[in-house]
Design a protein around this ligand. Structure first.
Ligand code: KIV
Ligand code: ZN
Length: 501
């Protein structure tokens, strides 16, 4: 164990925004930057100012915020790029030029010496303008090592503040990364940073190997966003540095999950359920053996305490379930039953699971009611009092809702792209003072045929504490089915919060 401090350089707003299909408005970028600052990253790469007017505007907005983190902008080793950075009011620049023979020959059509001369010229220009300079040799890991050493040493001697080693196309292995950084350490006098891409799925492992070899800083993106297969994921790097190595990191791990959700929502890039740390299943247990284990002692099957990263354990009902887990889940849903009733419910859950059916909290409540009859009283915290929806070809779909929570009335109206969207947004809005909820998944299925078909809506809703519940509702009216499913799920969330304090 060591108490070395490892700096976190976040490039979600630059490399992360280069994820195919992602484009953020300046206001979106500002929201993410504020969250990254709250999270505690050391550097925020706010963007690549030369790219567009919108990008310049976004970086200017972020600079004006006066964040605690160092805010920097990316620039090629060109005066106009550096001017664009200066024009945004930044005082830190991430400069780069390619150094591998492949890039020099086919992209830059330049010799190694020319690239070094250009790099030095750009460094001088940036330093003359008072900028902090981190210098990257693009495609460093496919660059001739002797030339790479000469390149970084020359730049450090000429005043670069940090050097960054990009594994631009993600071709390193942990052992090779360890060796490269060790080699560079022999000539480089300034802090070393790494920037790993995930083409072979080794971005995090390579970043950690670089830190083992002495790198002082790691480039990361939230949810591992970035060019092609993405960059090293912030959440995985930070949790590993803290829990596996015992290093110090400025990031507050409790804010990791909220940040991940925010970035997913803003970029529209979903997170795979089995993604480490931030995936839906990262702290979910279904099998009887596991749920029994974690309810006896979390360490049995939870190497990372869910609360450490701002999450909660989820126990699910399915064909692998066991009595222990099911009992915990039923209690969380406000349902207290006898041993024999739990056994009967378990048998029915397994039956459904065998038929390939996902068992939601809603299903579980229905099964419990069927098994225990009147004994089970479902508590309801939220009551829908009124819902009015307007739609048509000449008006923007608008919904108004009135709900009652603990005897207090709340009213809100919202517009949407359609009546369902408007109704769900109005519900999210009306609940804001009590609980912040987000619709994570929405599935609509017609159970019967015809225009009066019974529609089944299956949804997944999440609150800001990371509690996720699913619910379903079936009605002839799609809007009502959607709202009912939403109300049911919010009731479960409110109830769960009360039970767990
Ligand atoms: O992957 C890369 O090489 C980059 C550079 C701009 C540092 O993102
Ligand atoms: Zn990159």
């Amino acid at each position: 164990m060591s108490s070395r401090y490892i700096r976190i350089f976040d490039t979600t707003l630059r490399d992360g925004e280069q994820t195919p299909g992602v484009s953020l408005t300046p206001e979106d970028k500002l929201v993410v930057a504020r969250q990254l600052d709250r999270l505690g990253v050391d550097v925020i790469e706010a963007g690549f100012p030369i790219t567009s007017k919108g990008e310049t505007e976004a970086v200017k907005l972020i600079v004006k915020e006066g964040l605690n983190a160092e805010v920097c902008g990316l620039a090629r080793a060109l005066k106009q790029d550096i001017d664009a950075v200066i024009n945004c009011g930044l005082n830190s620049v991430h400069l780069f030029i390619a150094t591998s023979d492949i890039h020099l020959k086919y992209k830059l059509k330049m010799s190694r010496d020319d690239a070094l001369a250009k790099a030095l010229e750009a460094l001088d220009y940036a330093k003359d303008h008072g900028l902090t300079v981190e210098f990257s040799a693009e495609d460093a890991t496919r660059t001739d090592v002797e030339f790479l050493k000469k390149f970084y040493k020359t730049l450090c001697d000429a005043g670069a503040d940090r050097i960054n080693v990009p594994d631009t196309v993600g071709v390193m292995t942990p052992r090779r990364m360890y060796e490269l950084i060790s080699e560079l350490k022999t000539v480089v006098s300034k802090p070393i940073s790494v920037h790993c891409h995930d083409d072979f799925g080794m971005a995090v492992a390579n970043s950690l190997a670089a830190v083992e070899a002495g790198a002082e800083q790691v480039h990361v993106t939230v949810n591992g966003l970035g060019e092609r297969a993405g960059n090293a994921a912030l959440e995985e790097v930070v949790v590993s540095l803290k829990l596996l190595y015992g290093f110090e990191v400025g990031v507050n791990p409790k804010l990791i999950y909220g940040t991940s959700r925010l970035v997913s929502r803003m970029t529209g890039i979903p997170i795979q359920p089995n993604k480490a740390v931030v995936g839906d299943n990262a702290f979910a247990h279904e099998s009887g053996i596991h749920t029994h284990g974690v309810t006896r002692h979390p360490l049995t099957y939870e190497p990372i305490p869910p609360e450490f990263v701002g999450r909660r354990r989820r126990i699910l009902a399915g064909k692998h379930a066991g009595t222990h887990g099911l009992k915990v889940l039923l209690e969380e849903l406000g349902l207290r039953l006898t041993e024999s009733q739990v056994k009967e419910i378990l048998a029915r859950v397994k039956e459904l699971g065998d038929k390939g059916k996902q068992v939601t909290e809603e299903d579980l409540t229905a099964i419990a009611r069927a098994v225990a009859g009147e004994v089970v009283k479902e508590e309801r915290v939220l009551k829908l009092d009124e819902l009015a929806v307007m739609t048509g070809n000449k008006i923007i779909p608008t919904a108004s809702v009135k709900v009652v929570i603990d005897g207090k009335e709340y009213v809100a109206s919202k517009t949407g792209v359609g009546p369902v969207d408007a109704a769900i947004k109005a519900l999210e809005e009306v609940l804001n003072p009590v609980i912040k909820v987000y619709l994570r998944e929405y599935r609509l299925e017609a159970i019967t045929g015809g225009s009066d078909a019974l529609a089944e809506v299956i949804i997944k809703v999440e609150d800001e504490e990371g509690n996720i519940v699913s619910a379903r509702a079936a009605r002839e009216d799609i809007v009502m089915a959607s709202v009912e499913a939403m109300v049911n799920s919010i009731n479960k969330l409110l109830l769960r919060r009360r039970k767990t304090g």
